[in-house]
Write a protein of this length. Structure first.
Length: 136
């Protein structure tokens, strides 16, 4: 130690100072990650739309098992179903219109059905060729 001109007291004080700086650096890193997570949560939660279903509403059910038989144009939504009861736990009891069999599903697997109750009338437009005059 004497050959390297190191003072044991100064080296100890220097080491303690470095440890305090390391703790401060770690604290600032944790604080920055906390702020970043808060900002990202705010951005994510801004896009979440709360869906409230009431008994009697028409809904579509997401079919997660469609992966087994993939179809390019096959819809993953089945239904429409009628909401029978809404539970405080987040589950919803639904049933088909024609069937009396009911079952419970998670609220996240449903979306509102905005289909038409009555079919719309489609008017047909007949295109005719313009009349040509017979004069040369």
């Amino acid at each position: 130690m004497k050959q390297l001109n190191l003072d044991i007291e100064a080296a100890g004080a220097n080491r303690v100072t470095e440890l305090h700086e390391l703790d401060e650096f770690r604290f600032l890193a944790f604080e920055n990650t906390r702020l970043y997570k808060e900002i990202m949560k705010r951005l994510h939660d801004k896009n979440i739309v709360e869906q409230n279903f009431n008994p009697g509403d028409m809904v579509l059910l997401y079919n997660s098992r469609l992966r087994l038989f993939p179809g390019k144009l096959k819809s993953r939504w089945s239904g429409p179903f009628r909401v029978i009861e809404v539970f405080p736990s987040g589950s919803i009891e639904i049933a088909l219109e024609k069937d009396s069999h009911t079952f419970r599903v998670n609220r996240q697997r449903l979306k509102p059905y905005v289909g038409m109750d009555e079919p719309k009338e489609v008017s047909v437009i007949h295109l005719t060729e313009p009349q040509r005059s017979s004069e040369p």
